[in-house]
Design a protein around this ligand. Structure first.
Ligand code: SF4
Ligand code: SF4
Length: 300
């Protein structure tokens, strides 16, 4: 499907994503680009003044790296371009506070809008335009050929910033046991531009969350995990005295992953593939039922 994309971008993060998207075959789908100055006022009284003139028609809007009130141009740009679908990428905790996000959601009315926090956690949504973009860009997925060493990595879907393709090349030739850990290190080297400040809504940094996504892609590509948090089903009391505090604390769960699920008997279970080993759930459990284990386990 050919889709028409209009991009609102600000700063170095936006520029990097545009370059990657354009270099990987999406350039013909980009019908327009508006660079938003990084120093727009934190509070804006008349947002209409900031909506660009002469906007092209499009299907999908990508808003990348816009900080604070300037994000309020998104609904106006969607109306003028006729876009039905919107992706807003969040890479910094103070980029779009929850109140502002709610205001934008109300203003876009019946259009589909997703807030991807971080951008490399974006998964298919059921919306045809967003999902066409997510065929190529979003939460990383890899096919890995290995025989003790990593032979070849094929990126099925990559982080919009391009880090997945860089990491895929860097991992070739290393022992499979080291790949999960090395993937996180290579993300820092790229470097990932997500913030290292703790996001109050998630309880972790967005750079760490980006690391969990690439490690998950490597684990799934290899078919095994090496390190993750495990719940002891003998001592987990299935919500008694704890109201599943582990589930409430997990940053992966907060961004929509099924990293901790509650089984039919009420006990918690942790997914080895998507657990990022942040350890935030461990002190939450009043029964001491969670610990990090390090041993190779098949994901099948
Ligand atoms: S260690 Fe616990 S809180 Fe952290 S990602 Fe894994 S399950 Fe979630
Ligand atoms: S692991 Fe601990 S916090 Fe989580 S449900 Fe079981 S008892 Fe509750």
């Amino acid at each position: 499907m050919n889709i028409k994309i209009f991009i609102l971008s600000s700063g170095g993060y936006g520029a990097r994503i545009i370059n990657n998207i354009a270099n990987r075959g999406f350039s013909s789908g980009i019908v327009g680009l508006e660079e938003i100055h990084e120093n727009t006022p934190e509070f804006i009284e008349d947002i209409d003044e900031y909506i660009p003139d002469n906007l092209p028609s499009c299907d999908l809007i990508l808003a990348i790296g816009l900080m604070g009130d300037i994000n309020l141009i998104i609904p106006g740009v969607a109306k003028k371009t006729g876009a039905r679908s919107i992706i807003v990428s969040i890479n910094h905790p103070s980029q779009i506070p929850p109140g502002l996000q709610k205001e934008i959601e109300e203003l876009v009315e019946d259009r589909v809008i997703v807030f991807a926090k971080p951008f490399c956690s974006l998964k298919p949504t059921g919306d045809p335009y967003i999902d066409e973009f997510v065929r190529y860009f979003g939460k990383p997925e890899m096919e890995i050929k290995a025989d003790g060493l990593i032979k070849k990595i094929n990126v099925i879907r990559g982080a919009p910033c391009g880090s997945t393709w860089y990491i895929a090349e860097e991992l070739e030739g290393i022992p499979v046991e080291e790949a999960e850990f090395e993937a996180g290190k290579k993300l820092h080297n790229y470097p990932c531009l997500a913030s290292m400040r703790t996001d109050p809504q998630v309880g972790d940094t967005l750079m760490h969350l980006a690391g969990y996504q690439i490690k998950e892609a490597v684990k799934k590509g290899l078919g095994f995990a090496q390190r993750w948090a495990v719940v002891d089903p003998e001592t987990c009391l299935g919500g008694k005295d704890c109201h599943h505090l582990c589930l409430e604390k997990c940053p992966q769960v907060k961004i929509g992953e099924d990293t901790i699920v509650i089984r039919e008997d009420g006990k918690a279970w942790i997914d080895p593939a998507s657990c990022g080993c942040c350890e935030l759930c461990i002190p939450e459990c009043p029964h001491g039922s969670i610990e990090i284990v390090q041993k190779r386990t098949s994901l099948k």
